[in-house]
Design a protein around this ligand. Structure first.
Ligand code: C2E
Ligand code: CA
Ligand code: CA
Length: 755
């Protein structure tokens, strides 16, 4: 069941983490989509901006280049003007050739007003620049031709021309430059070759284009374009005829592009830059992939962290579980775990309609096991017993080691007899189990059983089973005891006694009774024993067996004994006052007085207060007190003797009788225990033992009182073996003081009469 609970706990942990991961994934996913949109929008914006600026740059670069060509031409023209060069054509050609080489033109030349053109390569042509072109040169000051064929190598060229500084009559200076040279400047830096740069004239004819030279009219081509909203070929045409710049998007054969157009300074030409949108998307995709990679790395790190945390949690959880719920020695559940699982187990029993019982199992004399075999072996035995008990469990029952040698079980209880039989066999099994290797002494278990019949708090239920256990342990050889009605009544009565004892003492409910100790032959009263009775209102006389053991446990017996002493002293005082023949009275003193070093002094002080002769008081001390406390006891007895009190050993023969102790302690009297007398009444063996004992006690010099003499035969036998006095129902029952006093009176009177 423990495992099931742990698994549920893990499952819950797993579910929680799963939900956490899911939420994290959703957040990261949504974030990524938003980021994707943002990035695409930004990129498209960027693309528009950059293509616009690319168009502008293209135009500016081209303007600058053309301007530079004209600068060179004008510096050449300054030199040609001089008649020294112009009038000597061979000098002119030499000069042109030198300039051409320095400036890297294809050719440099001079065309005279009559149409003759001298080239730097020494060649001449008629009307290389047509009269119309020459007119334009004069008119504009600077002229660039469209693309035309080189007269010498048949390549594409552009022709630049300016009038000679001196004016129209002087002709024009010109230079030719291959178109491919300009194409290079068109392709340079246009998005790593992904873009296309073009120079158009304002009718849309392509003057130059890169990277491949293509020809034709851009507006003719635009018939196949499908423009983005708000744009058309006409709009561009309009812009170009009015010298405006612009940016448009269009698709051609499924491919979307951006085109930017920007006017040049010369010839109403336009710089035209085109970039496929896919290139932008590609860049976006790259960025997106990077973003996704980052997201996934974050998620991966997150998952790793969670898994790590879970493992730690699981490990710590297991360690905590072990610390809190597992018994370190037997690896079985401990009391905490038992308590934890109790409610659920009980619910299951209730659902099945099965009665159930809490059972406390204790190993008898386990302390002795430890003492004899050592702690290590003791631990082994505990483990074996735990195993035996666990193996005896049925489905749905609970077990734990609750303390050192105590175990707790929650068992089904179909009936008392069945459960009792089961406990018997389990106890036997556990006992046998430990003896299997023949190494250990026989082991016995005792069980306290509470068949749960009330929904009380757990620890109260356990207490009940423990009460049953302690009751079972009071009966030697008992394997189990049930906490039942009788038991409950006893506990209630005990509680009742404890809550009323103080008031009872105040209210005088405790009464002194006296039982005579008599001469066997004459029956004459020689002394007496003071015995307490509790006269409870409405309940009558309660015998001391019902409350003395409780008072012994809670210490109230000390108060009661002093009270009984005072009552006795008062009586003795009154006998004296009445002129009666007082007899010594034995008073029972609890063993608890032994701890009080001033007890004997206090006793003497009180006797003196009542002016009672110390010889009239006899302290009755039970034999069990003596055992094991010989030194303390000896001092106690000696002190009592020193103050003139007599001392009797009570209940001799009931327990650990030792003649040695008797000899050392010098009791004045030994009282033979009534149980001891009754146990094997009449048997020859017992008679032999008793007469032997009596003989030995006699040899030590004490007198002997036989308790519990109930029959004439007993009296005769006890007298015959040498007992001195008899105390028992055969002679007198314990009597109230008035009745006892009456018994004293006649003797006194008789003696006085006789005297
Ligand atoms: P105990 O000192 O052995 O007292 C003798 C008990 O034997 C008395 O029981 C008495 O009534 C009973 N008894 C006397 N003759 C016979 C007989 O022929 N047959 C049977 N069956 N019993 C007989 P009780 O008065 O019930 O007292 C029980 C025990 O309570 C006493 O045993 C004594 O140990 C204790 N006790 C009584 N009064 C006091 C007291 O004031 N102080 C203390 N500390 N203990 C007391
Ligand atoms: Ca006694
Ligand atoms: Ca006794």
């Amino acid at each position: 069941m423990g495992r099931v609970r742990k698994n549920t706990y893990n499952l819950r942990g797993f579910k929680r983490s799963f939900i956490f991961i899911l939420i994290a994934a959703i957040l990261v996913g949504t974030g990524s989509v938003l980021a994707w949109e943002q990035v695409t929008r930004r990129l498209s914006q960027d693309a528009r901006e950059s293509i616009t600026s690319a168009g502008r740059e293209l135009a500016e670069n081209f303007n600058y280049l053309l301007e530079a060509e004209f600068q060179i031409l004008s510096s050449i023209s300054v030199s040609i003007e001089s008649p020294a060069i112009l009038e000597h054509k061979h000098r002119l050609v030499t000069y042109l050739d030198r300039q051409n080489k320095r400036n890297l033109f294809d050719t440099t030349g001079y065309q005279a007003p009559d149409g003759t053109a001298w080239f730097s390569n020494g060649q001449t042509r008629q009307w290389f620049l047509s009269p119309a072109e020459v007119a334009t040169v004069y008119k504009q000051g600077k002229y660039i031709s469209g693309r035309r064929i080189d007269p010498f190598d048949k390549g594409d060229i552009l022709v630049f021309a300016i009038p000679l500084q001196e004016g129209e009559a002087q002709g024009v200076v010109f230079a030719t430059h291959s178109a491919s040279f300009y194409r290079q400047t068109l392709t340079a830096n246009l998005w790593q070759g992904n873009g296309v740069g073009m120079i158009l004239d304002n009718k849309g004819d392509i003057v130059l284009s890169a990277p491949k030279s293509s020809f034709g009219n851009i507006f003719d081509m635009a018939a196949d374009f499908s423009f983005d909203g708000g744009f058309s070929a006409d709009k561009i045409k309009q812009d170009m005829s009015s010298g405006a710049k612009g940016l448009s998007g269009y698709a051609l054969r499924e491919e979307h592009r951006f085109a930017s157009y920007y006017p040049l300074q010369y010839n109403n030409w336009y710089a035209f830059a085109v970039l496929p949108t896919a290139f932008v998307a590609e860049k976006a995709l790259g960025l997106m992939v990077m973003a996704w990679l980052i997201c996934f790395s974050v998620i991966a790190v997150l998952v790793i962290c969670i898994v790590f945390m879970l493992r730690m949690q699981h490990k710590n959880g297991r360690a905590l579980y072990t610390m809190a719920f597992v018994d370190a020695l037997t690896q079985a559940d401990n009391l905490n775990a038992f308590h934890f699982k109790y409610a659920e187990t009980v619910d299951n029993f209730k659902k099945q309609g099965l009665p159930f019982a809490l059972v406390v199992v204790n190993i008898n004399r386990f302390k002795a096991v430890n003492d004899i075999y050592g702690l290590e072996e003791g631990d082994k035995i505990l483990k074996q017993v735990a195993q035996a008990l666990q193996e005896g469990l049925k489905e749905g029952e609970l077990f734990c080691r609750s303390s050192a040698d105590e175990f707790l079980l929650l068992l089904a209880c179909p009936g008392r007899t069945e459960l009792a039989l089961r406990l018997d066999s389990v106890a036997q099994r556990a006992g046998r189990f430990c003896q299997e290797d023949g190494k250990y002494m026989p082991l016995s278990l005792t069980c306290g059983v509470y068949v749960v019949d009330e929904d009380a708090p757990f620890y109260i239920l356990v207490d009940r089973a423990k009460l049953a256990l302690s009751s079972a342990r009071q009966h030697a050889g008992a394997v189990y005891a049930f906490y039942d009605e009788e038991f409950r009544r006893r506990i209630v009565a005990e509680k009742h006694i404890e809550s009323h004892m103080e008031d009872a003492l105040q209210n005088g409910e405790f009464k002194l009774y006296l039982q005579p100790k008599c001469d066997f032959k004459t029956g004459k009263i020689k002394s007496a024993e003071a015995l307490v009775r509790w006269e409870q209102p409405g309940k009558g006389l309660v015998p001391p067996d019902h409350f003395i053991p409780i008072f012994e446990k809670n210490g109230f017996i000390l108060k009661l004994d002093w009270f009984m002493l005072q009552q006795t002293l008062g009586l003795l005082q009154s006998w004296k006052a009445q002129g009666l023949q007082a007899v010594p009275v034995g008073i029972n003193f609890s063993r608890l007085h032994l701890d009080d070093p001033s007890f004997v002094d206090e006793l003497a002080r009180m006797a003196d207060n009542y002016r009672v002769d110390h010889r009239l008081l006899e302290a009755e001390l039970t034999e069990s007190v003596v055992f094991g406390n010989t030194a303390i006891m000896k001092r106690f007895v000696d002190n009592l003797h020193a103050k003139g009190f007599s001392v009797a050993m009570d209940d001799f023969g009931s327990g650990y009788s030792s003649l040695n102790v008797l000899k050392n302690l010098e009791f004045d009297c030994v009282k033979l225990d009534k149980e001891f007398l009754m146990r094997e009444e009449g048997s020859a063996r017992m008679r032999a033992i008793i007469s032997g004992l009596v003989r030995m006690i006699k040899s030590l010099g004490g007198s002997i009182v036989a308790e519990g003499v109930e029959t004439k035969e007993q009296a005769q036998f006890l007298q015959s073996i040498g007992c001195d006095l008899a105390q028992g129902y055969f002679f007198y029952r314990p009597l109230p003081p008035e009745e006892f006093t009456k018994l004293l009176s006649p003797a006194k009177k008789r003696r006085r009469k006789a005297g």
